[in-house]
Design a binder for this molecule. Structure first.
Ligand SMILES: [Cu+2]
Length: 142
């Protein structure tokens, strides 16, 4: 009786653990930061984000190691001038992939220091399903 109970408890603990681990449905690929000159206080980062789940998901914030303020920006052309606009969040439909690139959607690293080629920087992408996905961005020349 008590052995049966124990096995049952272990099984539900294991399946709870698996459910928790597989909850993160955002996948981060090809994360990179554009190298910036000495004395810089700002840099741009680019990610490829995929929603591997069956439900829409919203990326609510991104944290980057050593960077005080991180914002998602989109680049728009207004009266022949390129402007950046802040995006509070980023919605991904089920199965959708968003690829950021120079001149388009990007992540602005505000108050950062200099990033040199081949430097590896840790980042964390938070979503509205309360999960976070970690990745490493490599610094490259644009
Ligand atoms: Cu920007």
């Amino acid at each position: 009786m008590s052995a049966k109970f124990n096995r049952c408890w272990v099984l539900s603990a294991v399946s709870y653990f698996i459910a928790t681990v597989t909850m993160a449905e955002v996948k981060v690929d090809d994360a990179w930061i554009a190298a910036n000159p000495p004395g810089s206080r700002v840099a741009a980062m680019y990610l490829t984000l995929t929603n591997t789940g069956d439900e829409p998901i919203t990326v609510t914030s991104i944290k980057v190691d050593g960077v005080p303020r991180v914002m998602i920006h989109e680049t728009l052309e207004e009266n022949g001038q390129l402007k950046m606009r802040h995006r509070g969040s980023l919605r991904l439909d089920a199965g959708e992939t968003i690829t950021m690139s120079p001149g388009g959607l990007h992540v602005m690293l505000m108050g950062s220091g200099q990033f040199v080629v081949d430097q590896q920087v840790e980042l964390l992408v938070h979503s509205d399903d309360q999960t976070s996905v970690g990745a490493i961005a490599s610094v490259k020349r644009i």
